[in-house]
Design a protein around this ligand. Structure first.
Ligand SMILES: N[C@@H](CCC(=O)N[C@@H](CS)C(=O)NCC(=O)O)C(=O)O
Length: 210
């Protein structure tokens, strides 16, 4: 499908995952940075996604997409050569589907609730307990993903690159952060470094996390 995509995002956020995926495809896109503070871009974002979350991808035909994993599936279907999702021929696909869902359904929401605990526990004396418990859950999940990753790299599936590597590279910058990953999840830390050195992604990662 021809036409330009518009990605609404915020520096260092999950929009970097979609931006990386777009860079690996040949799909043309325009990036719109959206501040958390009130501004015309935020007004526009809220019209597209009332939750105010990024990423939002506006397709050339005007369709609005939210949900990082759903966006990646679409990009894969439109540009399979980028290899975002493993082929169904080998054994990687079921493993990919499992961990991508764990990241989206368990790890990503742990930030939604843990980042702004007072929003979800109004009137509670110590809402930060929600941050602590969700941070704990997230570490447990990353350790499972670490154990499932190929021990020799360079990617989660050894020689085969896929979108899981992009998720790991972006999210390892988030709590518990790179120092924790280096100590407790060295395979994931190595994947993150390799993605950030990828010739097509290097500039993006420098701009987002440098
Ligand atoms: N389920 C969404 C989660 C998106 C999300 O939580 N994005 C964060 C930035 S990385 C955000 O916009 N948070 C602000 C909020 O939740 O109010 C997805 O998979 O894309």
């Amino acid at each position: 499908m021809s036409g330009t995509y518009t990605l609404f995002g915020r520096k260092g956020c999950g929009s970097a995952i979609v931006a990386a995926a777009l860079k690996l495809t040949r799909l043309p896109y325009h990036y719109q940075e959206v501040d958390e503070a009130d501004c015309p871009e935020r007004e526009r974002l809220l019209k597209l996604n009332p939750l105010g979350q990024v990423p939002v991808l506006l397709l050339p035909d005007g369709t609005v997409m939210t949900e990082t994993a759903a966006i990646l599936v679409l990009l894969h279907l439109r540009w399979p050569l980028a290899g975002l999702i493993p082929s169904s021929d080998g054994g990687h696909l079921p493993v990919f589907l499992r961990w991508i869902m764990v990241i989206n359904a368990q790890i990503y929401p742990s930030f939604t609730y843990g980042d702004q605990p007072q929003k979800w526990l109004p009137g509670v004396e110590n809402p930060k307990v929600l941050t602590d418990t969700t941070d704990g859950l997230r570490k447990k999940l990353w350790l499972q993903i670490e154990a499932a990753a190929d021990a020799n790299g360079p990617w989660f599936f050894g020689a085969t690159f896929c979108a899981l590597d992009i998720y790991i590279a972006v999210m390892h910058h988030w709590r518990p952060g790179p120092v924790w990953f280096a100590e407790y999840a060295p395979r994931l830390e190595a994947i993150a470094k390799n993605v950030a050195r990828h010739p097509r992604l290097e500039a993006l990662f420098r701009e987002q996390f440098g």
